[in-house]
Design a protein around this ligand. Sequence first.
Ligand code: ATP
Ligand code: MG
Length: 315
Amino acid sequence: MKTISIDNVELHLSHPHAKSAQWIGQEEAQRQLLACWLTVDERDLPLVPRIIGHPGVGKTTLAIATAQERKQDIYIMQCTADTRPEDLLVTPVLSEQGAISYHASPLLSAVITGGVAVLDEGNRMSEKSWASLAGLFDYRRTVESIIAGITITAHSEFRAAVTMNEDESTFEIPDYIMSRLQPGIEVGFPSREDELQILSYNIPFCKEELLNLCVDFLQQAHGYDLPYSIRDGINAIRYTLKQKKQQPQEEDKKLFENAIKQILGNEALDLDSIAEKRKASQNQSPYDDIPDVNLGNLFFPDNDLLNPDSPEEPE
Ligand SMILES: Nc1ncnc2c1ncn2[C@@H]1O[C@H](COP(=O)(O)OP(=O)(O)OP(=O)(O)O)[C@@H](O)[C@H]1O
Ligand SMILES: [Mg+2]
């Protein structure tokens, strides 16, 4: 493990992410990310974008592949609701001899070494943790670890991005933090040709027919904007291939359908009807569920003599 001394405090650095990735298709998203990380003048600063999209569409892959394109090490920081400010920066670790050693997070390791940091699933992190990063993601490019008692200014090559799923929890991030995480880069569902290439890149040992079966399924789902992703497709193919190994006599189509059923549920086998149900619920007026109630019914039971809206005539 690499160590570095800052203001007489020895920090153990994290290892960069070891796996490489290739970005296939959606060149526009990668171009935008590269633009954010460019500097056009020595007084210019890089931007920290939000990479947004449905789960499993390739947000993390885009960040890894783009860091690789810039020939920089990438450090991935998995954010959760339990991520504390110290987890984002420095964690003290007690050794067997009773001495404390300080471990830099993947994020801080990128800040120090000039790597790329990805705050993965950033929308899940609490405001308190985000607050500790405010100075890092604006013109100050500086961060303070209270635990280690040090202030660190980012290396000029340090770059960062935050990935976020497109769900309601995205909006929990306070505005003053959101204003530092700009712009938003959308990753959408891939085209048919790109999807086939992505699947074949990820599962190079799968034969074309099964890949096509999976692309047909995914493309139909994307057409209805259902949240089934390439990751689901990759898992379905892998599971199909494993089952085929055990039961070579079974038809691929049947095994694939079973895989989809087990991964995404029974309803995924009938995409048309899910889409219809969705459409029907979208067309429903928000007032449709409110029963017809007159003012009198709010204050008196239905048959009460004092109820002016009583359905029964008083005798
Ligand atoms: N354009 C692409 N090029 C190459 N691989 C891709 C692409 N899009 C998706 N993939 C593959 O799809 C899978 C899911 O991608 P990834 O984990 O990056 O998605 P994600 O959007 O970060 O998901 P989550 O929201 O769950 O974090 C990976 O195996 C990845 O290799
Ligand atoms: Mg991800």
